[in-house]
Design a protein around this ligand. Structure first.
Ligand SMILES: C[S@@+](CC[C@H](N)C(=O)[O-])C[C@H]1O[C@@H](n2cnc3c(N)ncnc32)[C@H](O)[C@@H]1O
Length: 327
């Protein structure tokens, strides 16, 4: 076992999560839906991940996990009724736990299994909020090793202000770990626009640092080459899905496609396999298919499987969408 100088402890923790024995394998691995670009499994993701890891270890370039956020409540999908303006709700998933320890144990088990599926050049992104992010960070240090920690990305969004004697909570946290710190990671540098002050001083052309003989940066000089911008930082301003947006499915906690697009653009290339064990409305799977990646999705909820299957069908099988619109 690797030495872990700092670990998280809770009463009833089963030794190190990292050392937990695999749960019993599920007998059959039958997809609930199959597409040219990928497949979807319905069931407890711990069982499906264990079965997949037995069949195709180290086959995945990116795991994106968006688990329930320890909200202590049920989450429902909003379903449009027959008449305009009429809405009903259907419970989609249950986010009630006996305590934080139970939540962390369940998540840690699943992250450990997902790790088995990652290729050496691959990475995992776990999407949480401030209620759990610091606990999950320490737990992931234990599972992957501190040397595999790559980024804490802050996803900043705008939403209706709440009445609170506190700063508004307007961000989620995305923790990225690499499978193997000694392998070259899959990585494509993304750029963001130059700051207004840089544009005013230097214009849109690339700068070259002029270094003195002693190795100190003396000044910058402007080149002929157009700048692509500055390499993207770890604070991302991306809007939440607008109420009238076409991508909105009514599924609770649906994430914007733009967020997944950015993650996939940086961490995968065409043909790579992307795995989402908490697939929900299928945002990751839809974006993966659109970007020429292969996908594997898992979810336990009937509402999720129905929602994501309809979303993928209309996108990947246009005949399905046409027939549905005629009904
Ligand atoms: C926050 S939602 C994911 C939303 C998704 N990222 C999207 O954009 O639609 C979490 C999902 O995890 C699923 N889930 C929770 N625990 C699970 C488990 N043990 N096995 C499989 N799915 C699970 C829930 O049914 C729910 O659909």
């Amino acid at each position: 076992m690797r030495e872990r100088p700092v670990t998280l402890a809770w009463s009833g923790k089963n030794g190190s999560i990292f050392d937990r024995p695999a749960v019993a394998k599920i007998r059959e691995l039958a997809p609930a839906a199959k597409f040219e670009a990928g497949e979807v499994y319905q069931g407890d993701n711990l069982e499906v991940l264990t079965a997949l890891a037995g069949k195709k270890p180290e086959s995945v370039t990116l795991v994106y996990m968006d688990p329930p956020f320890l909200t202590g409540r049920l989450h429902a999908k909003i379903v449009k009724g027959e008449t305009p303006g009429h809405r009903t709700t259907r419970v989609a998933f249950d986010d009630r736990w006996t305590d934080r320890a139970a939540y962390l144990q369940a998540l840690g088990d699943r992250i450990t299994r997902a790790r088995d599926l990652l290729a050496p050049h691959g990475s995992i992104v776990v999407h949480v909020d401030t209620k759990t992010s610091h606990y999950v960070k320490v737990m992931m240090d234990e599972i992957f090793g501190e040397e595999c920690f790559a980024s804490e990305i802050v996803w900043r969004y705008r939403r209706w202000p709440s009445k609170t004697a506190n700063f508004q909570r307007v961000h989620d946290v995305l923790l990225r770990y690499r499978k193997d710190a000694t392998s070259a990671p899959r990585w494509n540098t993304l750029y963001e626009p130059l700051a207004a002050s840089t544009l005013a001083t230097w214009g849109t052309h690339k700068q070259r640092a002029v270094v003195s003989e002693t190795g100190r940066r003396a000044r910058s000089s402007t080149t002929e080459e157009k700048s692509r911008g500055v390499p993207l930082g770890d604070v991302w301003d991306i809007g939440v899905i607008a109420p009238v947006s076409r991508e909105r499915t009514g599924y609770p906690s649906q994430k914007p496609e733009a967020l997944l697009e950015r993650i996939m653009s940086a961490l995968t290339s065409e043909g790579d396999v992307v795995l989402d064990p908490y697939a929900g409305s299928g945002t990751t799977l839809a974006v993966a298919a659109r970007m020429g990646r292969k996908f594997v999705g898992i979810d336990a909820s009937d509402v999720a499987i129905e929602t994501l299957t309809a979303r993928l069908e209309s996108m990947l099988r246009p005949a399905y969408a046409r027939a549905k619109s005629k009904r």
